[in-house]
Design a protein around this ligand. Sequence first.
Ligand SMILES: [Zn+2]
Length: 154
Amino acid sequence: MNCPDRDLLSAYVDGELSPSEARELEGHLGACGRCRSKVKTFRALKAAVSAAAPAPAMPDDLKRTLRGMAARRGEPAWKRSLSELAFGWKSPAAAAAFSLAAVLAVVWAVRRPAPEREELPVEMLLAAHSEYAKTLPLAAGVGDEGWEEDGDVR
Ligand SMILES: [Zn+2]
């Protein structure tokens, strides 16, 4: 086997090779110090990236807004406690897992057969977004100068 390219070594480090590809590459790594050293560098890089880029936390004001909206809509208690549980998680991994589950749930809901499908609360999402957007620094001047609520420009 000739020296594999970077992409193949990177895929190996990420565990993306098939067992037979990995075995073949490991055979080469046993004989080639240069590629062993590249793999070592990729592993160190991967570890450094994971350590340096933790999942971003949801801002507190957005949490409050969403909780408030959920309470105002009178959602069933199990839904409220589920979202409080999710927002209360301190571990980025747990929060990420919950986010993934939420995304999958939405995908599943959208793909369900139409007749029994509930409407997605689009207004609720838009309202949450615009309430949150008001708290951002850029939004402060926009309402005063450029845009009316109905979309007309002064
Ligand atoms: Zn090599």
